[in-house]
Design a protein around this ligand. Structure first.
Ligand SMILES: O=C(O)CCC(=O)C(=O)O
Length: 510
């Protein structure tokens, strides 16, 4: 959460910069809300001039349904110093915004709609889009037709005869950092300076040996160009083709399964802080043609989990999402490495090596859980700048259609789609990370750490036995090599051995 002061600052910038916010009037409210909304003061629509400055800018399609919510800092510049949040909530005003929303999250749609008619404060809280998103996903699962916003989607599904308003209501004097930031993050454009830094090593046409020696062995990321040239999917995978092949097929989208065609309809209209992301591990089983439309680049052909046959953990996904969707900071499952190939659109990547936890990210001591900002865009707003002065700066790039990024095991990474994007990713175990993966699967808390399989506890033994059977002696050989490598890394260099490395002076012995 931003401090009030900075939100005040940003609000001012936003106002100066974005006449756009007020020009867009797509909002739909049910008739019930319309009648009770009448006594509210509706702030006059002001035409504001666009100005170029260094502040945040909003998407050209930014929604007007912020309902007039302002950051808390603005309250202190209000001569009447009156916050209609508090008067509207009555005795509940002492609760934090998050808690009010948690409580409202327990209500069903009709009650939420009725409560929104009680006061200006409740009107705004009860129209908070994530509440309606949860209701839709809980009740319709993936079987909804998105209607521009989640509340209209819910109303469309359960009260289709309710008329809707075509303009937005604005409540005066409502101040809340939480709600303002939620709206801001849904409507913010990526700042150019967040995309500028591109410090990844790029390679085209390198040999497998070079890849292993320069990148896989030292566990370093690389962006590989020109290795998808014979992928049919690179040309073919556009919306029409995919809808023709599998428009009616259901894919995993966040917590639900959705028909691909419905997902595209959603992603065309969506403007939310964390758009639903299509991430399906069974796409090639569902539509074998999709599996035939791509080939694993030769650098990643070694795939030791394949010895487990049907019992292998999930390992390949098709990923589809609109601009703003993406993956917040995480380390890939089971200590595997990965490759991610973009066939359409582009993705901004930020990667930190295993020994650097990204700012704003708080893994639990056992590594089973990660606390991080609510959304990717919030991470950029609040933490990206912090990385500029870090000694160990992250690796960054924009990966475009036709390019593949190698994500070495243990690296933290965050990805945001800059436009409608389609990608394939695969996680893999090769000889370079086999020992690592086995160690990971053997951890005492494997039952909470291991993922992508129902049999988390036994995965280690099954995998080890299967490798022994298919590649006898390999584990011993690689373990020995790994120990030698570690010993080598710990061995002091000549200069370290003759100097006191802490004091930086020569050490003498007689
Ligand atoms: O959103 C993406 O494309 C990145 C996916 C990712 O980070 C992963 O599969 O681990």
């Amino acid at each position: 959460m931003l401090a009030s002061k900075s939100l005040l600052f940003k609000q001012q910038k936003r106002k100066r910069k974005n006449g756009k916010i007020k020009k867009s009037k797509r909002i739909s409210v049910s008739a019930k809300e319309e009648t009770v909304a009448e006594p509210y003061q509706i702030a006059p629509e002001e035409e504001e001039e666009e100005e170029d400055d260094e502040g945040f800018s909003l998407k050209s399609s930014a929604q007007s349904d912020s309902y007039g919510v302002q950051p808390l800092g603005n309250l202190y510049f209000n001569p009447s110093s009156h916050n209609s949040r508090n008067t509207g909530l009555g005795n509940l005003q002492t609760l934090t915004d998050e808690l009010v929303l948690d409580i409202l999250g327990l209500l069903e749609g009709t009650h939420l709609g009725i409560l929104s008619t009680v006061s200006k404060g409740f009107y705004i809280f009860c129209n908070h889009e994530p509440l309606w998103r949860n209701l839709v996903l809980e009740t319709c699962k993936g079987g909804f037709l998105f209607k521009g916003c989640w509340r209209s989607t819910f109303v469309g599904a359960y009260r289709p005869s309710f008329p809707v308003l075509s303009f937005g209501l604005k409540v005066r004097d409502f101040y809340s950092d939480y709600l303002f930031q939620s709206w801001l993050c849904a409507n913010l454009e990526m700042k150019p300076e967040w995309l500028e830094r591109d410090n990844i090593v790029r390679r085209k046409g390198i040999s497998l040996d070079e890849f292993v020696m320069d990148f896989e062995e030292p566990n370093k990321p690389v962006l590989l160009e020109g290795c998808l040239e014979n992928w049919p999917g690179l040309e073919k995978w556009n919306r029409d083709y995919l809808i023709e092949k599998c428009g009616d097929v259901k894919f995993s989208v966040g917590p639900v399964e959705m028909k691909l065609e419905d997902y595209f309809k959603y992603s065309d209209q969506v403007r939310e802080e964390r758009p639903l992301y299509l991430f399906d591990p069974k796409f090639a089983e569902k539509i074998p043609q999709l599996g035939k439309d791509y080939d694993v680049p030769m650098y990643f052909n070694e795939d030791l989990f394949s010895v487990l046959g049907n019992e292998r953990p999930d390992y390949r996904w098709i990923i589809i999402g609109p601009a703003g969707s993406g993956s917040s900071f995480h380390i890939d499952p089971n200590s595997t490495s990965a490759w991610n190939a973009v066939t359409k659109g582009s993705k901004k990547w930020i990667l930190f090596p295993p020994d650097v936890v990204p700012p704003g990210v708080h893994p639990s001591p056992d590594g089973a859980e990660v606390a991080s900002p609510v959304s990717i865009i919030e991470w950029f707003m609040n933490f990206y700048n912090a990385t500029k002065n870090w000694k160990k700066r992250p690796i960054e790039c924009v990966c475009k259609a036709g390019e593949v990024i190698f994500v070495p095991n243990g690296w933290w990474h965050l990805v945001i789609n800059l436009e409608d994007s389609i990608a394939i990713t695969q996680n893999f175990v090769s000889r370079r990370n086999l020992v690592n993966v086995l160690e990971f699967l053997k951890k005492p808390n494997a039952c909470t750490l291991v993922s992508g399989t129902s049999d988390r506890v036994n995965l280690h033994d099954k995998f080890k036995n299967a490798i022994e059977a298919h590649l006898p002696g390999t584990i011993d050989e690689l373990t020995l090599k790994d120990e030698e490598k570690k010993a080598q890394q710990n061995k002091p260099s000549f200069w370290e051995s003759v100097t006191d490395s802490n004091a930086g002076v020569f050490r003498f012995s007689f």
